[in-house]
Design a binder for this molecule. Structure first.
Ligand code: SAH
Length: 355
C-alpha cells in the first residue's frame, strides 16, 4: 500500500512519527495533546460547531448559577473584593448570564478566566474586556475569597487508563498500525499491577479502568485555595457519582460520536468525570464537600421552572423554545441525570442552596 501523506503538521502525523520513533504513547498523553490542538484553533461550540453546552442552550442555566453564588455571598455577610473565577469559560456565556443575575443582588466581583485556548480567549475578551486570564490556577489572586465555576471543564482533562491482560494490568496506550495507517489503542509492555486499586486487581481479562489525575490535581488545588482564602466552587459535568469500570473516552465532531483515535485534534475528546473520586480529594485539602447532585435536581431546586414560566409569560412566542430548553437542561433522559453538580467550599462558608 502506498504511504498516505496527510498534512505534515496534522496531529495524526505528529503522533505517527513519534510512535514509530519511540513507541506507543499513553492515552493521557494522546488526550492532552489532542485537546490542546482541538481547542487552541477553534470555537467548537454551537450549532455550526461540534457540540452544545448547557449555557449555550439557555440563559436560564447561567442565571441559576449567578443566583446561587449571590445567595451564598449574601449569607457569608457580603465580603468585599471577591473574585469570580471560571475554568474553561468557552464563549463566556455562562459568566455573562451568571454575573448579570448576581449583579441584581449586589454581587459584582472581579472576573478571572482560566483558559488555554487562544481562539476562545479572543471570544471571551469581546464579552469581558476587563477580565484577567490565567493558564492555570496557580496565578489566581491569593488575598481574597474565590467563587470558582467550571462547566464541562473537567471532562476535557486527560484520563489515564489501565487494561487487564492475561499476564496482568497494563497501561492503555496508543500505537500506530503501519499496515492500516492508523492510530489504535494497545496495551503497554510494563506491568502496572501496583498502580491498580485493590478491588480491581483480579478483574476479568479485558477490563478497563480509568482515572483522571489532572481532575484530582485541579480539584485539590481549588480546595486548598478555598480552605486558605474562603469561598466556594461548583463543578458541573457529565459523569457518575459512583466509581465505574470501562473506557468512557469519547470523541464528538459535528454533533456525532466518532472514533476517538481516528483524527486527533479534529474532534472534542472527553471522558466521564468520576465525582466520587473527587470528594476525598477535597477533604484531604481541608475544604468541605457540600454534595454531589444531578443537574436536574440542582436547577429545579433553584427555581428554574418558575424562571422559565416568567420568561415565557413576557414573550409568549418564545414559550415553545423555552420549554424545549428547560427539558434539555433538566429532563432525566436529556442532561438532567447524566450531568452532576458538585459543590465544595471553605468550612466556614455557608452551604449553597440545593445541597
Ligand atoms: N464552559 C464552557 C466551555 C466548555 S468546553 C461551556 O460550558 O460552554 C471546555 C473549555 O475548557 C474550553 O473553554 C476549553 O478551551 C477549556 N479547556 C480545555 N482544557 C483546558 C485546560 N487544560 N486548561 C484550561 N482550559 C481548558
Amino acid at each position: 500500500m502506498a504511504e498516505e501523506t496527510p498534512a505534515p503538521d496534522s496531529l495524526r502525523q505528529v503522533f505517527a512519527r513519534l510512535i514509530r520513533a519511540t513507541g506507543p504513547i499513553s492515552v493521557a498523553h494522546f488526550m492532552a495533546e489532542s485537546n490542546a490542538r482541538y481547542y487552541g484553533r477553534r470555537d467548537p461550540l454551537g450549532l455550526a460547531g461540534d457540540f452544545i453546552t448547557a449555557p449555550e442552550v439557555s440563559q436560564m442555566f447561567g442565571e441559576m448559577i449567578g443566583l446561587w453564588l449571590a445567595d451564598i455571598w449574601l449569607r457569608a455577610g457580603r465580603p468585599a473584593g471577591l473574585a469570580y473565577v471560571e475554568a474553561g469559560p468557552g464563549r463566556g456565556t455562562l459568566a455573562q448570564d451568571a454575573l448579570r443575575a448576581a449583579a441584581r443582588q449586589g454581587l459584582v466581583p472581579d472576573v478571572h478566566f482560566i483558559e488555554t485556548s487562544p481562539a476562545l480567549r479572543a471570544a471571551q475578551q469581546e464579552r469581558f474586556p476587563g477580565a484577567i486570564w490565567h493558564n492555570d490556577f496557580a496565578t489566581l489572586p491569593d488575598d481574597r475569597p474565590l467563587m470558582i465555576v467550571g462547566n464541562e471543564f473537567l471532562d476535557a482533562l486527560p484520563v489515564r487508563q489501565m487494561v487487564r491482560m492475561a499476564q496482568g494490568w497494563r497501561e492503555r496506550m496508543v500505537g500506530w498500525d503501519g499496515q492500516a495507517q492508523r492510530l489504535l489503542p494497545v496495551a503497554g509492555d510494563r506491568p502496572m499491577d501496583a498502580a491498580v486499586p485493590a478491588p480491581w486487581r483480579d478483574a476479568a481479562e479485558g477490563t478497563i479502568i480509568e482515572s483522571c489525575p489532572a481532575a484530582a490535581a485541579v480539584t485539590a488545588e481549588v480546595a486548598s485555595r478555598l480552605a486558605a482564602q474562603g469561598g466556594v466552587a461548583l463543578w458541573i459535568d457529565y459523569g457518575h457519582a459512583q466509581p465505574q469500570q470501562g473506557s468512557t473516552l469519547q470523541a464528538v465532531r459535528a454533533h456525532r460520536k466518532v472514533d476517538p483515535f481516528a483524527d486527533p485534534g479534529e474532534a472534542d475528546l472527553t471522558a466521564l468525570v468520576d465525582f466520587a473520586a473527587l470528594g476525598p480529594v477535597v477533604e484531604r485539602a481541608g475544604a468541605r464537600v457540600d454534595g454531589i447532585i444531578t443537574q436536574g435536581e440542582f436547577l429545579r431546586s433553584l427555581g428554574i421552572e418558575a424562571r422559565a414560566a416568567a420568561l415565557a409569560s413576557r414573550a409568549s412566542e418564545q414559550a415553545p423554545a423555552l420549554g424545549r430548553a428547560l427539558a434539555r437542561l433538566i429532563a432525566p433522559d436529556e442532561m438532567g441525570n447524566l450531568f452532576k453538580v458538585m459543590a465544595f467550599s471553605a468550612a466556614h462558608w455557608p452551604v449553597g442552596a440545593a445541597f
